[in-house]
Write a protein that binds this ligand. Structure first.
Ligand code: URA
Length: 209
């Protein structure tokens, strides 16, 4: 079953409480989302392999550790996922960035791909799929299927706020995926908003409310 990890670092929890507040404007919201994304990037890259390197400090030579150079790709689900990209690439500048756009078919209510641009070597990369809100899980599940169809083998889903319904959907559709979230909220309301949530993440980030 897909493993769920709640990233309970105090800074993440504090900043998440700030962006949940309805009086936070787009400027503050953006800055905080970027900071939270950066902190989450720190947490989800703990497993990255290191190699020993010989370096010269101003004092002596030394054997120290650096990243082995595992290939990563950060893939944002449009549009709200864009808000988390900067935080991730600031910490992982060598990561490639991909984008997946999905809309909900009004008749079937199923997500349909309208855009995707991914690194060519997806099968060789570990994919960090980002979207702030895991609500019903429909978009995230479709994005994971798309990535798997392109050959992705290692995918981590990173969200700010998850609803139990979304987590269950991913665990059912993609039991091999690790899910990282800053919070597991109560559930969804009648409009598929996460409760207590933070509202529409895309609108709040882009100021389009
Ligand atoms: N998408 C959002 O932006 N917010 C929610 O609460 C659910 C889906």
């Amino acid at each position: 079953m897909a493993k769920l990890q709640i990233l309970d670092h105090p800074l993440i929890q504090h900043k998440l409480s700030l962006i949940r507040q309805k009086d936070k404007g787009a400027k503050e919201f953006r800055e905080l989302v970027e900071e939270i994304a950066m902190l989450m990037a720190y947490e989800v890259t703990r497993h990255l392999p290191l190699k020993e390197v010989e370096i010269e400090t101003p004092v002596t030579t030394a054997t120290t550790k650096m990243l082995e150079g595992k290939k990563l790709a950060v893939v944002a689900i449009l549009r709200a996922g864009l808000g988390m990209v900067n935080g991730f690439v600031k910490l992982i500048p060598a990561a490639r960035v991909g984008h997946i756009g999905l809309y909900r078919d009004p008749d079937t209510l199923e997500p349909v791909e309208y855009f995707s641009k991914l690194p060519q070597d997806v099968p060789e990369r570990e994919i960090i799929l980002i979207d702030p809100m895991l609500a019903t899980g429909g978009s995230a599940s479709a994005a994971i299927s798309l990535l798997k169809n392109k050959g992705a083998r290692l995918i981590k889903l990173v969200v700010l706020v998850a609803a139990p319904e979304g987590v269950e959907r991913i665990q059912k559709d993609h039991p091999d995926i690790e899910i990282y979230t800053a919070a597991l909220d109560q559930g969804l309301n009648d409009h598929a908003y996460i409760v207590p949530g933070l509202g529409d993440a895309g609108d709040r980030f882009f100021g389009t409310k």
